[in-house]
Design a binder for this molecule. Structure first.
Ligand SMILES: [Zn+2]
Length: 194
């Protein structure tokens, strides 16, 4: 395969912790005092992976595919959304090569659940488990600022990318530990590529 058939997509997502909701990460329900609040089940890893796959194939983002004001997706299983989005990616002529997911947050510990997350995400995509990686990092208790302030949140998200890909340290805008972010890079290749 030449590089010409290979495409890269980035996906970023963040949700706030909240009481009274289960914590679902990478398709795994984790025993934890708080969960991630979202229109669906708030699974940031599944959402960021979905977005990275759609982006690599040149398709619209997850919000366009599964609108958050659509009642059909209230409490939805994000792995099912991932499966649906990947079907569109394949219909566009691409298959996943590999995806690298980085979870950013102080809690919970991801390592004990990492292999199960890889299994569930790969299962939702129908790909080899080795094609989906899940890793985690903390922010030294620095978090997003400006909860509810879109402009500042956007800057924080841009910062998360810098943190993940440059490895240069922490974004100065991160002052709240409350939000959980996931950042994914996914590679797809054209099915017709040699
Ligand atoms: Zn999300």
């Amino acid at each position: 395969m030449t590089g010409a058939g290979l495409r890269i997509g980035l996906g970023v997502d963040a949700h706030a912790f909240g009481d009274g909701v289960p914590l679902v990460l990478g398709g795994v329900t984790i025993d934890h005092p708080r969960g991630l609040v979202g229109h669906s089940d708030g699974d940031v890893i599944a959402h960021a992976l979905t977005d990275a796959l759609l982006g690599a194939a040149g398709l619209a983002d997850i919000g366009a595919l599964f609108p958050s004001d659509d009642e059909r997706y209230r409490g939805a299983d994000s792995l099912a959304l991932l499966t649906g989005a990947y079907a569109q990616v394949r219909a566009a002529g691409y298959v996943l090569v590999n995806a690298d997911c980085v979870v950013i947050g102080q809690e919970p510990r991801v390592a004990p659940h990492r292999e199960e997350m890889r299994r569930r995400l790969a299962g939702a995509l129908g790909v080899e488990e080795g094609a989906v990686n899940v890793r985690a990092t903390t922010t030294d208790r620095l978090g997003f600022t400006g909860r509810g302030e879109q402009d500042r949140l956007n800057r924080a998200l841009a910062g998360s990318r810098l943190t993940v890909y440059s490895g240069t340290g922490h974004c100065p805008h991160w002052e709240e530990p409350e939000r959980f972010a996931a950042d994914v890079v996914a590679f797809v290749r054209s099915v017709d590529a040699p």
